[in-house]
Design a binder for this molecule. Structure first.
Ligand SMILES: [Zn+2]
Length: 310
């Protein structure tokens, strides 16, 4: 049995995967803020999962953690996880000391890519060789799985497509550049372009656009164009068979999928080249509630720690 834990900015979720690929019940709890609180959250999560399974931590053949920030998956160190109050933390070694078993650490979006890849394999009954996970959360980032293996790049930056500038005249991004993809298609982008007191700004935006509000339709179009641009970018750079959209905004579901495909189809009408690569058919939205990052974290060990051969 493998244990996967997804440490998010506000919530931590865990799931175990049996040898047959079956998922256990999930455990969820709030994430503590700051290094010591994050370590304590991880320990409490493992304790809850071992209690649930009626086994000790050593009964898990592997324990993996997905966490935001810059992760060195060889040393288990996490840096720049601003939302968790972490500047730098040797999370892997700290947990290994406490639990007496090895704990593998991976960036949360990369872990979610492995989880989505696993889900596609289960759904299709075959091993999907190449896919990308496009995370639309507060920001925008992607994880890429090629030939069944996570693409990390030489410095762990592979897939950080949210900071590719697509509009030189665009607004300033948090990274310091102008017009990054993230400034068009992310929770931050919607917060800027559709200010509201609603707890679910994206859902409110889509509902207003659907109801015929012209301004909402324009804002939604800019957002969907950003999403479609990200799909096109992933297809043209790494030629993945499938792009699975996940993250908090994936809860928009069908309207997000239909809108993204509509824009990709329009581009195909304008370009024989884009038409020839069949972008619209490659896009999916992850099923609501599937714990992609926790599942992927459980599988991190299986996929080795190899860096890309670049
Ligand atoms: Zn940026």
């Amino acid at each position: 049995m493998r244990l996967g834990i997804d440490i998010g900015g506000t919530k931590t979720a865990a799931v175990a995967i049996g040898a047959d690929g079956e998922l256990s019940d999930q455990v969820r709890m709030p994430t503590g803020f700051g290094a010591e609180a994050v370590v304590a959250t991880a320990i409490r999560t493992v304790e809850r999962m071992t209690a649930l399974a009626g086994v000790g931590a050593s009964a898990f053949t592997s324990i993996g953690i997905g966490i935001p920030g810059a992760v060195d998956n060889a040393t288990g160190r996490v840096e720049h996880a601003v939302n968790l109050g972490l500047e730098g933390l040797d999370l892997g070694p700290r947990l290994a000391d406490r639990l007496g078993v090895e704990v593998r650490i991976e960036n949360d979006v990369k872990a979610a890519a492995l989880g989505a890849h696993h889900l596609l394999g289960v759904a299709d009954g075959i091993r999907v060789s190449s896919m990308a996970y496009l995370n639309l959360g507060t920001g925008l980032a992607a994880g890429v799985v090629l030939d069944g293996r996570l693409l990390r790049g030489g410095h762990g930056v592979a897939g950080e497509i949210g900071h590719i500038p697509v509009d030189p005249a665009g607004v300033r991004c948090g990274c310091g550049q102008r017009g990054c993809l993230e400034t068009l298609a992310s929770g931050l982008a919607i917060a800027r372009t559709w200010p509201t007191a609603s707890e679910h700004p994206a859902r409110e935006l889509f509902a207003a656009a659907e109801a015929g509000d012209a301004r909402a339709q324009a804002v939604r179009e800019e957002f969907l164009t950003g999403v479609a641009s990200a799909v096109r970018l992933l297809a043209l750079t790494v030629d993945v068979d499938t792009v699975v959209i996940g993250g908090g905004l994936a809860a928009l579901g069908e309207p997000l999928l239909v809108g993204t495909r509509r824009i990709l189809n329009r581009w195909a009408d304008e370009s024989a080249f884009i038409a020839s690569i069949g972008l619209a058919a490659r896009v999916q939205v992850i099923p609501f509630g599937f714990p992609a990052a926790a599942v992927g974290a459980a599988l991190v060990g299986e996929h080795q720690w190899l860096k890309s051969s670049s």
